[in-house]
Design a protein around this ligand. Structure first.
Ligand code: C2E
Ligand code: CA
Ligand code: CA
Length: 510
């Protein structure tokens, strides 16, 4: 279960890191693609406008020729033939000219006398017809301009070659089509009939305001991406750079936010929290009566870390419970083999925090601890600091009753620094008071503190509680405390906290 939770957390962390890296890249990509589409749209707009301009320029010649010839319609072909040829020769883009009478071509600049019916309804706006070819050049499109007035008519044709050439030159990078009525022409020279095709990217359609034709421009599928990859490589590199930076920042922020708890969880899995033992001696004989188990963090980089630096974090994150459990298990493993050699019950003091007393799990932990030792060979003493009082609830009541039934002893640690009342001491079946080392340190120095110490000792005697004095460093302190019937002494005078295994080998030697 913890492993599953770990891998889940890990994958969430990786997902967040990836998201913080990818988000700016994706966002930047979307903005660049919008920018590319805008540029392509502008480009097709310009292309279409340019094509319209060119075709209008060409058609101006045809319109001019037809206008000049129209008054001649009705005269015999022999009379006007020269005029027809002159227009075709003189005017650029005009390939041929014709005269019409009553919807019938009767004279042509190419053939002279000629007879061909025309369907004026086929002409877009009555003026323009795009044809696939004509009898002279069946494979080259022709654009015919027609001018009519009553029965008279004049026509001039524009060679498709010029149209295709213009389409090709202007639409070098785009798809471009010239549309006249239902017919249209593309830059590859193909003539088509029917509705205009859809150009997938940046399609623009413009109609000429002067002649009945339109131009459509656009790009083939995938042009946006092609444009981006050819124009934006430096921006892409910049985006990826920002993505990497943002991903890194995301990663570091997550690491930082989960840092102390995460680091302690790792340390717990790696069994870096180890027990140190400090001897506790009898007040009178000064013989060893037991130990206090003190936690140390054997950090791979920082070395040995003091408990006051990490215990507050462990309490805050709730990790203190499994950490204490591990400490108890390690202590049992170290000390249980000696249990038959103890002459009298050996006191083993373990520090317990208030939030460890909020459920009954502690009972099971103590039961397992005691089960590791020979029956009656030890006293397990739970040290509860007076600095954080335990709130009396139905659960804590039950807890302390069950602990009492198991034979577990309770000590109030750092006594004198908090505000426990007599009721409080009775409620939890307290067995020992551990006099805080600050009072011990004042023996012979500060008379006020000594008075407090005297009252504490008097109170303990009245309540019939055994006393432990902490932080005993000098003989004077030891003598004073013994003279006042303090039952147990603990301090550097009798031994510093040392690694469990080292303590045991010293104890065995002794
Ligand atoms: P504490 O429970 O009051 O433990 C006694 C502290 O006094 C220990 O500090 C011990 O090394 C130190 N000490 C012992 N004799 C002397 C002396 O003669 N002179 C002086 N100056 N100091 C002495 P340590 O080991 O650094 O622990 C500090 C505190 O961290 C402990 O105070 C306890 O509140 C907490 N702690 C340690 N281990 C655990 C643990 O396993 N669980 C919990 N919840 N708290 C722990
Ligand atoms: Ca303690
Ligand atoms: Ca203490």
């Amino acid at each position: 279960m913890p492993l599953n939770a770990n891998t889940r957390k890990r994958s969430i962390r990786i997902a967040i890191t990836l998201a913080s890296g990818l988000l700016p890249v994706l966002l930047g990509g979307v903005i660049l693609s919008m920018q590319a589409e805008r540029t392509l749209q502008q480009s097709t707009q310009q292309t279409a406008e340019e094509a319209i301009r060119q075709f209008e320029l060409m058609l101006d010649n045809n319109a001019q020729a037809a206008r000049e010839l129209l008054p001649l319609a009705g005269q015999t072909c022999i009379d006007v033939n020269l005029a027809l040829r002159e227009q075709a020769t003189r005017r650029p883009f005009v390939r041929s000219t014709n005269l019409v009478w009553d919807d019938t071509i009767y004279c042509s600049s190419l053939f002279g006398d000629y007879q061909e019916k025309i369907a004026s309804g086929d002409y877009a706006g009555g003026r323009l017809l795009l044809m696939k070819g004509n009898p002279v050049t069946p494979n080259t499109a022709v654009l015919v301009y027609r001018l009519g007035e009553g029965l008279r008519g004049a026509m001039s044709t524009l060679d498709g070659y010029h149209l295709i050439n213009a389409l090709r030159m202007i639409g070098r990078h785009t798809l471009l089509a010239l549309q006249v009525g239902p017919h249209w022409l593309t830059s590859d020279g193909e003539f088509h009939e029917g509705p205009l095709p859809v150009f997938p990217v940046a399609q623009t359609k413009i109609d000429s305001s002067r002649f009945a034709f339109g131009v459509q421009a656009g790009f083939p599928e995938g042009e946006t991406w092609r444009y981006m990859s050819s124009q934006y490589p430096p921006l892409f590199s910049l985006l990826i750079f920002f993505g990497v930076i943002s991903g890194l920042i995301g990663h570091i922020l997550q690491k930082r936010s989960s840092s102390p708890t995460h680091e302690m969880k790792r340390a717990l899995d790696a069994a870096e929290f180890v027990p140190y033992f400090q001897a506790v001696v009898h007040g009178d004989s000064k013989k060893i009566s037991g130990i206090e188990v003190l936690m140390r963090w054997n950090h791979p980089k920082e070395g040995l870390v003091r408990p006051d630096l990490f215990i507050p974090f462990a309490e805050h994150s709730g990790l203190i419970v499994p950490m204490t459990r591990s400490l108890m298990q390690q202590t049992a493993t170290l000390l249980a083999p000696l249990s038959t050699s103890f002459e009298e019950p050996f006191h083993i003091g373990v520090n317990i925090t208030a939030n460890h007393c909020q459920d009954l799990d502690l009972v099971q932990d103590c039961r397992e601890f005691l089960a590791a030792f020979a029956p009656g060979s030890i006293y397990l003493v739970l040290e509860l600091t007076e600095r954080e009082l335990i709130e009396p609830t139905a659960i804590t009541h039950q807890l302390f009753e069950q602990l009492h039934d198991l034979g577990v002893k309770i000590a109030i640690d750092d006594f004198g620094t908090g505000h426990s009342s007599l009721g409080y001491l009775r409620q939890f079946n307290v067995d020992y008071l551990k006099i805080d080392q600050s009072f011990v340190a004042m023996i012979g120095i500060d008379t006020l503190s000594s008075h407090i110490l005297d009252s504490i000792m008097e109170l303990a005697a009245k309540l019939d509680l055994a006393m432990v004095a902490e932080g005993v460093e000098t003989l004077a302190q030891s003598d004073y405390l013994t003279a006042h019937n303090v039952n147990f002494l603990q301090g550097y005078l009798y031994g510093r906290p040392m690694p469990g295994a080292e303590f045991i080998s010293a104890l065995s030697d002794h």
